[in-house]
Ligand binder design. Structure first.
Ligand SMILES: [Zn+2]
Length: 98
């Protein structure tokens, strides 16, 4: 999956038909350990791509961030924490795929 720099919602279907498509809808599938896989599929060929993974800790952080954002508070430290946790979780699945 590669992202076009002009529009972050448009991606190339490089695991499928190689056409560009826009992400219309994110789907969520529950996995083990209360982990959710958030994914989308190509509108042309229905190839599936994982957007990101979340666990209860990450979902709590996401809620916290949207709460603070709605109150115009600074969330940069929370967003940093969130991306670190998401990277950690993602690497766990990448390791399993080997
Ligand atoms: Zn496709």
């Amino acid at each position: 999956m590669s992202q076009s720099p002009s529009n972050t919602n448009v991606v190339s279907c490089n695991a499928g038909c190689n056409k560009d498509f826009s992400i219309k809808q994110l789907n969520t599938s529950r996995m083990e350990d209360s982990i959710d896989r958030v994914w989308f599929s190509c509108g042309h060929c229905e190839a599936e791509y994982t957007a990101y993974y979340t666990n209860p800790e990450i979902r709590d952080l996401q809620k916290k961030i949207s709460y603070y954002v709605s109150r115009k508070k600074d969330v940069s430290h929370l967003q940093k924490e969130l991306s670190e946790k998401m990277n950690l979780l993602e690497s766990r699945f990448k390791d399993n795929a080997k």
